[in-house]
Design a protein around this ligand. Structure first.
Ligand code: RB5
Length: 142
């Protein structure tokens, strides 16, 4: 399952991402924001989504906030979350290949829908390389 989290800054982009995932035939659950409220906080939705993503190794998360910074910080507080802030496809590629990321974070303020689609495709279709990266990831999760 793909769990979606955004604050008000990413609300519009996330609405488009939902339609895109539907077009791809991918299931998702949005923990919020499901309405546009400029006083909401990325922390609320990030922490909620974290528990859901962490409940199964095959789960993925797509999180947004204005810069992506706050939600990335909140995401990585959970030991089972490996969140990567991806402003472009290359980051998404290496975030999966080397870091086995299970959460994709994008900076909604600086990411067009067109760009987001490419980043999402790359994130969802790149496999973890394993090998030398396994011990490194283990070390930072302990
Ligand atoms: C909200 O104004 C903004 O601070 C938030 O979306 C994000 O950029 C925080 O890191």
């Amino acid at each position: 399952m793909i769990y979606l989290s955004t604050d008000h800054r990413g609300y519009d982009l996330m609405q488009k991402i939902k339609k895109y995932l539907e077009k791809l035939g991918l299931e998702y659950v949005s923990v919020g924001a499901n309405t546009l409220d400029p006083s909401d906080s990325y922390a609320t939705f990030t922490l909620k989504a974290n528990d859901l993503v962490a409940s199964d190794d095959n789960n993925r998360g797509i999180y947004l906030c204005g810069t992506g910074l706050g939600t990335a910080m909140g995401a990585n507080r959970n030991k089972k979350i490996r969140a990567v802030l991806c402003p472009n496809k290359k980051y998404a590629y290496y975030g999966r290949l080397h870091n086995n990321a299970n959460v994709l974070v994008m900076p909604a303020n600086y990411t067009s829908f067109r760009k987001a689609k490419g980043i999402i495709d790359t994130f969802l279709n790149t496999q973890f390389e394993g090998g030398r990266h396994i011990d490194r990831l283990k070390a930072i999760s302990e």
